[in-house]
Write a protein that binds this ligand. Structure first.
Ligand code: GLU
Length: 447
């Protein structure tokens, strides 16, 4: 059976590094075995789900290069499937109506906690007679529906956590249908995983208790549960939860900051795994040898500084073909492989390429320290054509004529030719700057 996985965000907010990691791991897992990666929007909650969030999640996934194989699915368009499943569960005696209000449930939990009891739903609704239910409905109460868990151990072989065994008696019967009739994720996800033939559910370990309930729901619906893998959560550098700073870690904010998508991929694919974190130029390169077993159970520490460093490292590895279209999109027309190879090692962000483009192909205001020296240097510029040997030839002549050497020789030339204190090697830049521009800059003219 071919592997089918899904990334199932709720479109109630922007994608952040935590859920991007889940998407990436699913994508890489599918990719490694030529499986199918599905995008499913868990949007049964019409109040909280918004089209603009679905749009931004889609944009972010595409930015990362994580495209999906089938038309995306929306749970909001599949409500009849969940209603059918609910009916089946009710007939089987596994779905029962409950009438407690939120306040009553809250109070119940407080009492349990005060008595040092686990705050598990007491199943009072199971003891209601038909007459009780009629009375409650006559009072205007609308039922929500809970799944009756079988109080037994649920076991599975987690692809990341290993053998898992959790007693369902330690959990509350999960609510599957809200009082307004809206099915909740715990049910709709199982129905879709069955209907879409999902073979592996890979998600964060915050879903482990859902898995206990959901395995029983799969079984109650007569379906075989898929395999499960729960990724340890991402935490901050000091081990703190990421959620507090989630805003600053949205993919949109990283992109706006100029972080490379491949840096995000390179970091998130390896964080919390046994493999080292390295800068990768492409998902294809990253994908080689991907294995879920490499992930460990310990929380993975996410450090934005590490991401920034990785982003520069990724840029420094790109070939011209990786970035040509993006340079053009930045408005740099006519860039060449030579230009890219000369400057890439000096970039923190791709947009920094603009500065070097104006140095080699545009106009800059030169910085002249000593006009006499600059004039002499200009008079010694060799005739074109120029290549990488021109710089050495020229500076030897300038050294011989002026007696300057080392910094004294090179810095004034760098400042005149580039208006900057540092940057790519001048032997690579000089042929691109060309004789006309070089001569003009040495005479102090903006060129
Ligand atoms: N919509 C759920 C979430 O975003 C999906 C969890 C799952 O993968 O089953 O947490």
């Amino acid at each position: 059976m071919s592997v089918r996985v899904r990334f199932a965000p709720s479109p109630t907010g922007k994608l952040h590094v935590g859920n991007a990691r889940t998407a990436l791991v699913n994508w890489l897992f599918a990719r490694a075995v030529k499986g199918t990666f599905i995008l499913r929007f868990d949007d049964t909650d019409a109040q909280r789900s918004e089209a603009r969030y679905a749009d931004s999640i889609r944009d972010d996934l595409l930015w990362l290069g994580l495209s999906w194989n089938e038309n995306e699915y929306h749970q909001s368009a599949r409500l009849s499937l969940y209603a059918q499943a609910a009916e089946k569960l009710e007939k089987a005696g596994r779905l029962y109506p409950c009438y407690e209000t939120v306040e009553e449930l809250d109070l119940q939990r407080k009492v349990q906690l005060a008595r040092h009891q686990p705050p598990v739903y007491n199943r009072a609704a199971l003891r209601l007679s038909d007459a009780d239910k009629q009375r409650l409905e006559a009072e205007g109460r609308k039922p929500h529906w809970r799944f009756r868990l079988e109080h037994r151990k649920v076991e599975w072989n987690d692809r990341i956590r290993g053998h898992a065994a959790i007693d369902a008696a330690s959990l509350s019967d999960p609510v599957l249908i809200r009082a307004d009739g809206v099915p909740l994720y715990t049910l709709s996800s199982v129905v879709d995983d069955v209907d879409l033939h999902v073979t592996h559910v890979i998600r964060g370990e915050d879903h482990v208790t859902n898995t206990v309930s959901q395995i029983q729901i799969f079984e109650a619906l007569g379906a075989k549960a898929p395999e499960f893998a729960h990724l340890a959560l991402l935490v901050g550098r000091e081990g703190e939860g990421l959620s507090k700073r989630i805003g600053s870690l949205s993919l949109e904010s990283l992109r706006d900051e100029g972080i490379e998508a491949m840096a995000v991929n390179s970091l998130l694919a390896r964080l919390g795994s046994a493999k080292p974190i390295e800068p990768f130029r492409s998902l294809e390169a990253l994908d080689a040898g991907f294995n879920l077993h490499d992930f460990g159970r310990a929380p993975a520490r996410f450090d934005p500084a590490e991401l920034r460093a990785l982003s520069s490292a990724v840029l420094h590895r790109y070939e011209f073909s990786d970035v040509e279209h993006r340079l053009t999109a930045l408005g740099l027309t006519g860039t060449t492989p030579e230009f890219w190879l000369a400057i890439r090692g000096n970039l923190e962000r791709l947009t920094d390429a603009r500065d070097w483009w104006s140095v080699t192909a545009g106009a800059i205001a030169p910085v002249i320290d000593d006009p006499g020296f600059a004039t002499t240097a200009a008079s010694l510029l060799p005739e074109e054509p120029w290549d990488e040997s021109t710089w050495t030839m020229w500076t030897s002549a300038v050294r011989a004529a002026t007696g300057r050497k080392g910094k004294e020789l090179y810095m004034p030339l760098r400042r005149a030719l580039t208006a900057r204190e540092q940057g790519p090697e001048l032997k690579a830049l000089l042929p691109m700057i060309g004789r006309v521009r070089a001569a003009a800059r040495l005479s102090g003219k903006e060129a």
